[in-house]
Write a protein that binds this ligand. Structure first.
Ligand SMILES: *Cc1c(COP(=O)(O)O)cnc(C)c1O
Length: 380
């Protein structure tokens, strides 16, 4: 018997009917038919980003969209603030190093969320800071940053706020225009329930104006070129047609369910997963956890990577391990996108099997009992 199940925080499960749609024979992208689909999909993305601005669909993984934000908004020697609360936050500082920007990195203890007053203080003391780069949901630790509050600091200043929303867009409420975020970045293989391969990005008017004075070398990720082509309902280079066909379908699914219901579903299954881990004596790692991923410490004496490999090899359930988190041994369970109540039951059951195999002592079913109580509330 070989039945696999993916519960990682990306890539995530793709709805089977969307997969079938993407298996249809290809058609050419320089056609009226594709132009229309592309344009409609881009329009629908505005509803998800909660913006009136263009959303560009790039052919790249999420990091490509992160890089696009950087090369279109930052010049060499620009001063920026980067928030390093995990593996993905670290990446902003890496961009700064490569492109010669001057990064004032706020190092946050991994598992924690950034203290807003530190950002406030830095921006008050230095008016030349061009931009703040942050994750909404730091997938490597499972922590959520308070973007609305950060945006309230940058909103009426010249400083830009760039948010990596790769595991939050479609999981947590995010209001690009209303909160005053200047750039939102996302990708296909997380909450958008698609295979990897699309990067998404939108710029506020403030960011667009700033981009006109940026001379950093770029070719593939030149958003001015994307902007001109989107106005003609097309792309500069060959788009990932198959994934865009899938994305169009996924956006319909999200709006049919209703974004508020989508957020509530994620909250419910996240709460249930946390209760399940807690019942097994696995402490939560993130102080202010994201509803997209549950990170929990392996029980004393048991290695996190053994839990992950046992679940994967013996029980065919793929969770994620630690992404270089220092001094803490964590596992990460993803519940982003195409997941519902029963998926959490299956996952916790396999987690219990693996923990039993590895010698952890607990009563079978304890995590399921606690999770089910929470999940049942979500049916009301
Ligand atoms: C997945 C992810 C990325 C992008 O990673 P890719 O491998 O390039 O798609 C960036 N930031 C966060 C928070 C992520 O979860």
């Amino acid at each position: 018997m070989y039945k696999e199940f993916l519960v990682s925080p990306g890539p995530t499960c793709v709805p089977p009917d969307t997969l079938l749609l993407m298996a249809n024979p290809l058609y050419h992208h320089r056609t009226e038919r594709f132009d229309e689909l592309f344009y409609q999909t881009s329009e629908k993305l505005k509803k998800l980003f909660k913006t009136k601005e263009d959303v560009y669909i790039l052919t790249s993984s999420g990091t490509g969209a992160m890089e696009a934000s950087f090369v279109n908004l930052i010049n060499k020697n620009d001063k920026i603030i980067t928030i390093n609360a995990g593996k993905f936050g670290e990446r902003w500082t890496d961009f700064a190093k490569r492109y010669g920007a001057i990064a004032d990195e706020i190092e946050v203890e991994w598992g924690k969320s950034v203290d807003i007053s530190i950002i406030q203080e830095k921006l008050k003391n230095d008016k030349d800071i061009k931009a703040v780069f942050v994750q909404h949901s730091e997938t490597s630790t499972g922590a959520l940053h308070d973007i609305k509050s950060i945006a309230s600091i940058t909103k009426n200043t010249d400083t830009l706020l760039i948010v990596d929303a790769i595991t939050s867009l479609g999981v947590h409420p995010l209001e690009m225009d209303e909160w005053g975020i200047d750039c939102v970045v996302s990708g296909s293989q997380k909450a958008l329930m698609l295979p990897p391969g699309l990067g998404l990005i939108s710029l506020s008017k403030k960011a667009y104006e700033a981009s006109k004075n940026v001379t950093t070398a770029k070719f593939y990720f030149d958003l001015e070129s994307a902007r001109k082509n989107l106005a003609k309902k097309t792309t500069t280079f060959t788009p990932a047609t198959t994934l865009i066909i899938g994305l169009n379908d996924i956006l319909d699914k999200l709006f049919n369910e209703g974004l508020e219901n989508v957020y509530a579903r994620h909250e419910n299954i996240a709460l249930a997963t946390r209760s399940g881990c807690d019942a097994l004596g696995m402490k939560l790692f993130a102080e202010n956890p994201s509803n997209g991923v549950t990170s929990a410490l392996a029980p004393k004496g048991i290695e996190g990577k053994k839990i992950k490999s046992t679940m994967e090899k013996k029980y065919k359930i793929s969770i994620a391990g630690s992404q270089d988190v220092p001094k803490a041994d964590i596992i990460r369970i993803g519940h982003i996108g195409y997941y519902d109540k029963s998926d959490i039951v299956v996952t916790l059951s396999a987690l219990e099997f693996a923990l039993k195999d590895l010698g952890h002592e607990f009563e079978f079913g304890v995590s399921l009992i606690e999770a089910q109580k929470v999940l049942y509330k979500g049916t009301k």
